[in-house]
Design a protein around this ligand. Structure first.
Ligand code: NOJ
Ligand code: NOJ
Length: 532
């Protein structure tokens, strides 16, 4: 009963603050009395709230040895199975990337709840990371560090011997990020001594060495298809080294800290190369014949946890999101149908990996074109919630630049002249630098409107996710571009992690909106008093 009450109270607050207006399709900025709100919004809020537990269950079900989907399935403790699907497609492996990203969400869970069961899983993951590292495999060995680039292992720890796109250099970076975050939680929460964290450093350091010595060498991308230098990989590597500088300092290893620092500086400059001035967005792989648009850009920002140079609210990231969504909107037949259902303007739509994708999920069914993915659609919601949090908490003006004008334009309502000034601008040459073309005072109605509209737009992407999951609420890897039904590997661990990440970020965005309302109220009453 108590849970029910708190759910409906928070739903109420959301409704009040966001002015969700399901009755007035396409005109999100007109706020109506909350009494007129249909229970559509509440129902969605309930679904979102359920995802906190549901996605955790989905994740835990795929972790060995006891997860419901993998128990007695030859899965070592701490191994994250990508999906219980053993054929069409066979995803019954431990991918280093999927494992590290998933365990990262459990580190967060442990830090918030102190749940001992989660801690046992994390400790098993640490042990497993060590044995994975030292297992010789087709990418190489531990002694030469080359073995750390191996993308996937059998669930019982044996190396995978088949042909594969290897090495993939994001894995060790993501694992280091996950383990350093875990070490930090142990330090802060349990006051673990530096001495007792040495065992963790023993696992973390080889990954940091791998990253710091090989970030400039090409490898396969996160989608395991193309060899090259990739934004997602570089972002993960950069974050690993930045965290590594502090952690190796804590571990009394100043020589390593200095080396990681130098390499992080190099990577930071390298990351700037992914901005493509002519296209007006970041590109996923350097020198690739593809468009460069890719949900991997958003995933990179999400998993870099707010780190400079590309946090979620960054203009280059938002410009890339805008271009990706614009492409995807026209790409999949279901998006025509979905957009008529969407109550936001512009409509939220289903998002796939990248425009040129032809991987149909390997489920033996027809279709030689790519489909939308749950984790890619959730990543758009996640970045937008990150933007909302930033906008709501930032004390300065809301600045619209040449890079983000196209994104913000539909959300600007106040005056036609403002829009006209954008169009004037857009006929001039695109500039390398981000230049302010419009700015709104933090307390302006326009700022408030934009924040609310972006929030609603973000919710739209989670609504797409919800719409295409099945009656049990399960998430596979993909959903069909034409029918909308789920495809590809079933119960994909990463899908659950991605929905979970977006939902958690939504909570932070709502919190930020509440804090902003309180702050604005206080400022207004101070101004009122000053006048009296
Ligand atoms: C399986 C990979 O994991 C997937 O990312 C890729 O698109 C297909 N193989 C096709 O290469
Ligand atoms: C295919 C995806 O492209 C890749 O990123 C992922 O690691 C594997 N599937 C396993 O989920």
């Amino acid at each position: 009963m108590r849970i029910y009450c708190s759910v409906s109270v928070s739903a109420w607050i959301v409704v009040l603050l966001t002015g969700v207006n399901a009755l007035d399709h396409g005109r999100v900025w007109q706020r109506q009395s909350p009494f007129l709100i249909s229970n559509k919004a509440t129902e969605f809020d309930e679904w979102v709230n359920k995802q906190i537990q549901h996605t955790l269950d989905g994740i835990l079900a795929n972790i060995g040895p006891d997860g419901a989907n993998v128990a007695y399935g030859n899965v070592n403790p701490g191994v994250v199975v990508a999906s219980p699907s053993k054929d069409a497609p066979n995803y019954y492996y431990h991918w280093v990337r999927d494992g590290a990203i998933t365990m990262g969400s459990l580190v967060q869970e442990y830090s918030e709840t102190g749940n001992e069961t989660i801690k046992k899983i994390l400790d098993a993951y640490v042990d497993n990371a060590r044995s994975t590292q030292i297992t010789a495999n087709p990418s190489g060995t531990f002694e030469h560090l080359s073995g750390l680039g191996e993308p996937k292992f059998e669930t019982d720890g044996r190396p995978f011997q088949g042909d594969w796109g290897r090495p993939q250099r994001d894995g060790p970076a993501l694992r280091a990020v996950c383990l350093i975050s875990y070490a930090k939680v142990l330090m802060e929460k349990e006051k673990s001594s530096m001495e007792s964290l040495k065992y963790l450093y023993k696992v973390i350091k080889p990954d940091l060495e791998y990253v710091s010595n090989s970030w400039a060498i090409p490898g396969y991308d996160l989608w395991e298809e193309v060899q090259g230098l990739h934004f997602f990989t570089a972002m993960a590597q950069y974050q690993a080294l930045i965290l590594g500088v502090d952690f190796s300092t804590d571990m009394n290893d100043p020589g390593a800290a200095a080396w990681y620092h130098t390499q992080a500086n190099g990577l930071e400059r390298f990351l700037l190369a992914f901005w493509d001035d002519e296209r007006g967005h970041l590109v996923s792989t350097l020198g690739s014949p593809r468009s460069g648009l890719d949900a991997a850009i958003l995933l990179a920002s999400i998993h870099s946890n707010g780190l400079y140079p590309y946090p979620m609210h960054n203009d280059a990231v938002i410009a890339s999101l805008q271009a990706l969504v614009a492409d995807m909107r026209g790409r999949y037949p279901i998006n025509d149908e979905d957009s008529t259902l969407s109550d936001t303007e512009p409509a939220a739509v289903a998002i796939g990996r990248y425009p040129e994708d032809v991987y149909n999920g390997g489920d033996g069914r027809s279709g030689d074109l790519g489909n939308p993915w749950f984790l890619c659609t959730a990543s758009v919601a996640h970045v937008l919630y990150g933007l909302v949090e930033h906008l709501a908490l930032s004390p300065g003006s809301l600045v619209i630049s040449n890079l983000t004008a196209e994104f913000y334009l539909p959300f600007i309502v106040s005056s036609p002249e403002l829009k006209a000034s954008y169009y004037d601008f857009s006929t001039t040459a695109v500039s390398t630098r981000s230049e302010t073309i419009l700015a709104f005072e933090p307390s302006s109605n326009e700022t408030q409107n934009i924040i609310e509209s972006v929030m609603e737009y973000a919710d739209g992407f989670l609504k797409v996710v919800r719409r295409h999951s099945d009656v049990q609420g399960e998430f596979s890897e993909q959903f069909d571009r034409t029918t909308g039904f789920m495809r590809g590997a079933r119960q994909l661990t990463w899908s659950y992690e991605a929905v979970r990440g977006a939902v958690k970020m939504r909570g932070r965005a709502q919190d930020a909106i509440r804090r902003r309302a309180i702050y604005m109220g206080e400022v207004a009453s101070l101004q009122q008093r000053a006048k009296l």
